[in-house]
Design a protein around this ligand. Structure first.
Ligand code: BEZ
Length: 252
């Protein structure tokens, strides 16, 4: 299946997606980085959480497949490389690999996990949080229905891979990891404003399926569809996020 490509603008992401890094801070606590450790931040975006890891004194390499996000990360004065997780060929290099809100944009995940396994030193840990099964289900269904009404196959424009906890556990174990924890967490998430900018920032690949001049009408239609479920009585948009959080270890 063709996976449509999401294009990231660091400026738009900072304006409408800053909450993603803020909500990822507990994952850095699970990582518990230590001074001198060599850590890879996989799918670092513009590097906000990477900075938190660097504060521990760890030697961090930030990595993302968006050249624009990597340029933004480099402007924050960190080591950052533009590379696709499917292509990375590090071997026994890192004490830990970290990833927040990035893995669900990558496919096939089994190949990414294999590359992480190879990149870790024996005894190294992989700590990650990503969208899990059922993540933003109402938004995804609204996008599917809106494209199907236009005679378009939405699966061709869907960039997201979500795993349940059992399938993630099995996939990670098959590769050789020891699973320390692997849980699905429902996390209804207050959006910083209207659903429109969220759709423009995060659902760009679905938007690519219709001509630019039809985007405002598509967004109005999606807002109307989603309002009864996601617009709460306190006049806030609350998205139905579900996280998959895990900590796994490469045997020593
Ligand atoms: C997520 O972090 O789960 C996510 C964000 C935007 C679009 C899809 C998923």
């Amino acid at each position: 299946m063709i996976k449509a490509k999401q294009v990231w603008s660091p400026e738009t992401y900072l304006r409408h997606g800053a909450f993603v890094s803020l909500l990822g801070e507990p994952v850095v606590q699970v990582l518990a980085p230590k001074e001198g450790e060599k850590i890879l931040d996989l799918g670092c975006g513009e590097g906000i959480l990477t900075e938190k890891i660097i504060e521990s004194g760890a030697d961090v390499l930030a990595m993302d497949n968006s050249a624009d996000q990597i340029e933004a990360a480099q402007n924050r004065h960190m080591k950052a490389v533009c590379m696709d997780a499917l292509e990375m060929n590090f071997e026994n290099e890192f004490d830990a690999v970290f990833s927040n809100a990035a893995l669900h944009w990558m496919s096939p995940l089994s190949k990414v996990f294999e590359n992480v396994y190879r990149a870790l030193k024996p005894g190294g840990r992989f700590v990650a949080e990503m969208g899990g099964a059922g993540n933003i289900q109402s938004i995804r269904m609204a996008l599917y229905n809106a494209l199907m009404r236009r005679g378009i196959d939405p699966a061709l424009y869907d960039p997201w891979s979500y795993l349940g906890d059992s399938s993630a556990r099995m996939m990670l174990q098959r590769i050789g990891f020891e699973v320390r924890s692997c849980t699905l967490i429902r996390r209804p998430t207050d959006l910083p404003g209207d659903i429109g900018p969220w759709l423009e920032t995060f659902a760009g690949s679905f938007m690519q399926a219709v001509p630019d001049e039809q985007h405002p009408a598509l967004i109005d239609e999606l807002r109307d569809t989603l309002q009864p479920t996601l617009f709460d009585p306190n006049n806030k948009w609350v998205a139905d996020y579900v996280r998959l959080r895990f900590k796994v270890v490469k045997p020593a």
